[in-house]
Design a protein around this ligand. Sequence first.
Ligand code: NAP
Length: 550
Amino acid sequence: MTKEFAATTPNTPLDVAIIGAGFAGMYMLHRLRRAGFAVRVVELGPDVGGTWYWNRYPGARCDVESLQYSYSFDEGIQQDWTWTERFATQPEILRYANFVADRLDLRRDIQFGVRITSGRFDTTANQWVLETDSGTAIHARQVITAVGCLSTANVPQIAGMESFEGQTIHTSDWPRDGVNLSGKRVAIIGTGSTAIQAIPEIARQAGHLTVFQRTPNFSVPARNAPLTPETVDWWKKNYPDLRKKARETMRSGTIYDLPTRPAIGTDPADVRAELEARWQKGGANFAYAFSDLIFDETANAMAAEFVRDKIRSIVHDPETAEALCPKDYPIFCKRICVDSDYFATFNRPNVSLVNLRQTPLERITSKGVQTTDQEHEFDVIIYATGFDAITGSLLRLNLTGTQGRTLKEKWADGPKAYLGLATSEFPNLFMITGPGSPSVLSNVLVSIEQHVEFLSDLMEHIRSHGITRIETTAKDEEDWAHHVTEVAHTTLYPKAASWYMGANIPGKPRVFMPYIGVDAYRKKCAEVAAQGYVGFQMNGADAVAHASAG
Ligand code: NAP
């Protein structure tokens, strides 16, 4: 159903235009509408859900436990929705998004099937003019992006791709009607979190699956299982305390069993016993076994070797096992993968691994994949090659700021955004989970709620003070970007060529983008708000002069 929306004009702008109807855009809409703003969401897809709408590949699940990967802002919603598995599947998460959209009657203010093609800030009217592919511009005083951190596909440029005569699929744009892989010769390129979830499922369906691996990944077992009514009841009863704990005391915004000691100085047998206990328990809790795993290379190496030993014990063929063992970067510095039977899948007779480090991929042919030693023939090639993370979807909006520069031009050397929320030269523009905020290094639902609540308070603040223009400064964003980098360099994270660093996209600046520490970040934002939004310059009726945060 396509709803007609009233035209916006320079004289009748929206108070706020939100871009994206995933979990961030949905909650932002709810908060602003409840506060009485004239607000509309513009969404490219035909329905709500964002990343969980598009990523329908077989095996897609969240790797944060379902009881924690959900909104906390509405007691009725969290009591009335019941998760069925420890790690929810994509269809269940999408049902949840729809449940929330229905419950809060969100769709009446969401314009679906519309792409923002460009935008410019009108400095006279202090408004954004967003151009759309429907030909109708949207005028809004404020724009809030809720475009997601992992929503612009990284489609690699491999010679001959267009010549392949079989079916080509990117995992993040999986056909909504599904794909019949039964009996087919299937290739999958990539071995990140997505592929690690998809490979076991695809292997069960396909005639033969060939996995093309460039860099092996560390993965821990999910040990997914149905949730018992007792577990669900316990969480529902204790939600207020648990949510508070996740928000305020966790580096990641997810409750894990926090470490009580460093690995260095602990008896190596005890280190292995602790890692083993967590391996058996399943999930990313494994990463929290010791306090120094992400800070100390020797401690980190112990955990890495433990996982490599597990891979060697699971995979029967020693050569395949060795190829699957990551050796050239620290564990936990690329997002840890959480799998169900990933390594064991390589014991199946219908699965083979091509190690691209030994036989690099040369080109795609009409029949399949040509590596340096042979042509592999396929009916289907699946690209599980990830995303232009964090900044990709922001730059694609093609926004131009007050100095005539696009965001892409301004961020040519890497993104700089004060608190990950706003960038100078782009007044009245705010980013939910933007670069420099915890975003992908957190339980993103927790980070989304924090940003939405900060921004709705800010919108109310500027409305009540008659502010027409709000902008951060070059100095404030520079100082914050410096701090983000400084915090990252207290850890081992920068030692891996990860998508956190932009390293997966040729030519992308190598800048560590997420902020490490949900707890510290929340405190900082609260201080900024308490000090009258220090770091933002505001102009308007009250002409409030705000000092620099630095
Ligand atoms: P990814 O981690 O970036 O992995 C992409 C894979 O494609 C890598 O193995 C990469 O190899 C390979 N690749 C890229 N270009 C290639 C080329 N030209 N030739 C050969 N191989 C190529 O992407 P992802 O797996 O989609 O995961 C991205 C993030 O999404 C995750 O880290 C996670 O945060 C999120 N995610 C979450 C879940 C969940 O919650 N369960 C599930 C899926 C994804 P190299 O490493 O050598 O570049």
